[in-house]
Write a protein of this length. Sequence first.
Length: 116
Amino acid sequence: QVQLVESGGGLVQAGGSLRLSCAASGSIVSINAMGWYRQAPGKQRELVAGFNSGGRTNYVGSVKGRFTMSRDNAENTVYLQMNSLKPEDTAVYYCNTYGLGFDYPWGQGTQVTVSS
């Protein structure tokens, strides 16, 4: 059973930064096939960033240049450094698989709230 635990969210003013963490445990395929997703109130969950098979990271256009995804293979943890945060970044952030065609059980997510 895979367990994903996201942390690091909080309340921040516009222009501020947060660093999210996602610790994966259990029978994961690879920490290199992970992505970050977010779901804002009343909206569908969307991809924010994900590691692709070519060793690069894909980012949704709205976060390019502001967010950076990284990983610690030894700790089975992925991170999302979020800079220059905007109110429209407010959402619950989750990690899960990216590019594998299936999802692990979703974690509880971590709330990010950006005030204007």
